[in-house]
Design a protein around this ligand. Sequence first.
Ligand code: SF4
Ligand code: SF4
Length: 96
Amino acid sequence: MKLLFILTVVNILLLQVYFLLSDIIMSMSKIVIDESKCKSCGICITVCPNKLIRYSKNTNEQGLTPAEFIDTEGKCTGCAMCAISCPEIAIKEVLR
Ligand code: SF4
Ligand code: SF4
């Protein structure tokens, strides 16, 4: 009975460490957009679950407004939905 209690406590502690580490890793996630490849289709803007991508105010060499990563609060989870969805493969890195 005592062993079961100890195992349960250890299990809870390990879970807390896991969630803490997950939060830290998630807050370090980010993407890198290659503006020169971006065709301004807006798909990445639509699919990002945390609304972390918007159109830039600047234009690229094609005269298009490229997507811009805006994550001031570290909300990017590194889910890669944006990169997977980009038809131009313009989101060149998803760092986790
Ligand atoms: S990796 Fe996920 S959360 Fe981060 S910008 Fe892309 S879609 Fe949004
Ligand atoms: S999905 Fe790709 S091409 Fe479309 S706006 Fe986003 S980065 Fe640009």
